[in-house]
Write a protein of this length. Structure first.
Length: 394
């Protein structure tokens, strides 16, 4: 309870700084962060309403999900408001009509209303219907307001991420151990998923916001591919990107596996990537900016003749599908976000070429004096040699 009240207070401070009286939250991660609400109901419209001068939020959602709000949140039952099923995926009724009516009834119809305008769960039509329902209100873009509050984790959140890291280590270990010539990609994906969900004997895992990614062979040049039913073959490479998830907190982890001895490209580029990772982790500490981390990486790999177009990493933590990133700070050129203790980032300095690529990533926490990795998995290119399975090249 105290944790949620502190989060709510921090959010209201940002509301005041931005002149917002009412904040309408539709991002399920932000709903969870401020209320505890946790259900697979984000495929329909739902909302958490933060009113600057009210002590508790309102949860507004589908009738059949309202008991879930009563069970998973810290809100009083009277703060859970349900709309009937006639509003679900209807051509004539829209949940925002219902929500607009509720806001007018409780005296919020002419206030300055912040809306998360740029994320997956709030549509153009939703905004249009809200504006139609609340013609006397002023609407402001509050897309990242709660996300920015979430960037600095509490000690409790860090503990959740440490547990997620143990799950990530276990899933990566079991996934790598399942890779042999002739084994199908889908079988390795299933092994990874099994251990992500099963977790450890002490605590279980949850579904991650992104499925395990498993590009193989010449597809390692393409990020964000999942698995097929094709078998692994001798001489090919496999990229595994996964995340352990505990209480919706994610710790991503990526490694590259060579099935048999690595080709010349992997032999050459792996030490470059590992050197760059170490340089960034040594640079990361309070007061340094995200842009300075990117510069450290860029100079490290440029010394070996390499460049990277995409960002180097991003803030990570609590989330729901389709992404585990927090949509705030990015480790890239020009990002002036200043690192503070208990910020957490997924550092993914992947390099993709025309027909192949490499990914070795780490999720780290900014500490009082530097940084620390969450996972303990060996930081190296992994070799699954048929003559020496489990052998590794560092």
């Amino acid at each position: 309870m105290v944790e949620y009240q502190q989060r709510l207070m921090n959010t209201k401070k940002r509301m005041m700084d931005n002149g917002i009286d009412v904040l309408l939250i539709t991002d399920p991660a932000n709903m969870n962060y401020l209320s505890g609400y946790d259900a697979w109901s984000f495929y329909v419209h739902q909302m958490l309403v933060i009113i600057i001068d009210e002590p508790q939020p309102l949860w507004i959602g589908r009738y059949q999900d309202s008991n879930g709000a009563r069970v998973t949140t810290w809100l009083y039952d009277e703060n859970v408001i349900a709309y009937p099923d006639q509003y679900v995926q209807s051509e004539t009724h829209h949940p925002m009509d219902f929500i607009g009516t509720i806001l007018k009834q409780i005296g919020q119809g002419n206030r300055r209303i912040g809306v998360e305008m740029d994320h997956y769960y709030f549509t153009a039509k939703a905004l249009e219907r809200l504006k139609r329902s609340l013609p006397d209100a002023s609407f402001l873009d509050a897309t990242s307001m709660v996300n920015l509050v979430r960037m600095i984790k509490s000690n409790q959140e860090i503990e959740y991420m440490r547990k997620a890291a143990q799950i990530a280590d276990l899933a990566m270990t079991k996934g790598v151990e399942s890779i042999y010539p002739g084994v199908r990609e889908c079988d390795t994906a299933a092994e990874i998923y099994y251990h992500i969900v099963k977790g450890t004997p002490e605590f279980g895992g949850e579904y991650p916001a992104i499925v395990p990614l498993l590009p193989t062979g010449d597809r390692t040049s393409i990020p964000h591919l999942t698995w097929t039913d094709r078998p692994f073959s001798e001489g090919s490479a496999v990229i595994i990107e996964l995340a352990g998830c505990y209480k919706r907190y994610h710790v991503p982890l990526a490694r590259t596996v060579s099935v048999g001895q690595p080709n010349e490209r992997l032999k050459q580029v792996a030490p470059v990537v590992l050197e760059g990772i170490q340089a960034v982790l040594e640079k990361a500490k309070p007061g340094v900016t995200c842009g300075e981390l990117e510069e450290t990486w860029r100079k490290s790999i440029q010394a070996h003749g390499y460049e990277k177009e995409a960002r180097l990493g991003y803030s990570v933590g609590l989330n729901y599908p389709p992404d585990w990133g927090e949509h705030t700070a990015s480790i890239r050129k020009g990002d002036h976000t200043v690192l503070q203790p208990n910020m957490t980032f997924h550092l993914i300095p992947a390099l993709w070429f025309h027909t192949d690529g490499i990914e070795i990533s780490e999720t780290f926490r900014v500490t009082e004096k530097g940084s620390e990795r969450f996972t303990a998995y060996p930081q190296e290119l992994i070799v699954r040699d048929s003559l020496n399975l489990g052998g590794q090249i560092s």
